[in-house]
Design a binder for this molecule. Structure first.
Ligand code: PAF
Length: 282
């Protein structure tokens, strides 16, 4: 597996794949790889001539410096996982300076309301930070395909709309959320949960399943209030939001309309570890 730390070395290598038939697949990550990332990488390898995996802990998408400092980092373990892929992928692990130069600046974007709720309202400048780095990485890698997990569905929708607005020739491939046996969505942040917190965290998935199983039977407001009541009784979880929104605009709603796709979204803290998850309802 080739590893690149500089933009110039990576772009020079990728020139080999610049003809029309060769396809570059891209899996951007912040490291601390788990089976969710692996499934994105496997999809990319199947579909592309070469896969680029980036590991870059992007400072501009953290609104809380403590959260950034405490984000799980384990490059050794990541390299061990990726090495197994041999020459099917290349790894890009830049330093912050390589990506941002001397000033770490966040660009401002308009996301046409996709960032109005959920992570957009809870985490300040988060999506401006995400798209600042995604835009830079897309310019460097020039992928034909980029793979994003549905676990961060709002991020996925914002990336899709950014690519469309900029008319970039990149196909965004949606990848299903990977879960552990009890439904907990795989996430790098799970590494910070101990076993008992993991058990408690599975309540997030139970809430999403309740919403899916009852979507046709109950009013949205009944689903939401039932979940809120349930979480009120679990002292170890602090529920930040549970809501149902349409998949395309991501606006919370209490109404169901025919032909519209809906998702349930949840964010909660367990022992101060913030987790998010979502599920499709119809
Ligand atoms: O989903 C992530 O891991 C990050 O938000 C991304 C897309 C790699 C940008 O830093």
């Amino acid at each position: 597996m080739l590893t690149f730390r500089s933009i110039s070395a990576l772009t020079k290598y990728l020139e080999k794949f610049s003809d029309a038939e060769a396809k570059i697949g891209f899996v951007p990550t912040m490291g601390s790889l788990h089976d969710g990332h692996i499934s994105l990488i496997d999809k990319s390898i199947k579909k592309s001539s070469i896969t680029v995996v980036s590991i870059f802990l992007n400072p501009t998408q953290f609104n809380d410096n403590k959260d950034l400092q405490e984000y799980p980092v384990d490059h050794e373990a990541d390299f061990r996982i990726l090495k197994e892929y041999d020459n099917q992928l290349v790894l890009f692990v830049p330093e912050t300076k390589e990506i941002y130069g001397d000033s770490i600046e966040t660009k401002k974007y308009s996301f046409s309301g996709l960032d109005m709720y959920m992570e957009g309202s809870s985490r300040g400048n988060h999506f401006n930070g995400v798209i600042t780095v995604v835009e830079k990485l897309f310019e460097i890698v020039k992928p034909d395909y980029a793979f994003f997990g549905e676990k961060d569905f709002q991020q996925l929708r914002i990336v899709e709309s950014f690519v469309k607005a900029k008319s970039l020739n990149i196909e965004i491939i949606r990848c299903e959320t990977k879960r552990s046996y009890d439904g907990l969505a795989l996430s790098s942040r799970n590494k910070k949960l101990n076993n008992s917190s993991k058990k408690i965290a599975s309540n997030l998935y139970k809430a999403l399943r309740f919403a899916r199983d009852n979507f046709d039977k109950l009013e949205i407001s009944e689903i939401v209030s039932s979940i809120e009541k349930k979480f009120h009784k679990i002292s170890e979880i602090s529920l930040e939001y549970f809501l149902i929104a349409d998949e395309s605009k991501l606006h919370p709603t209490n109404q169901k309309y025919d032909g519209v796709k809906y998702r349930a979204f949840i964010a909660a803290k367990i022992n101060n570890i913030r987790l998010i998850d979502n599920i499709n309802l119809n």
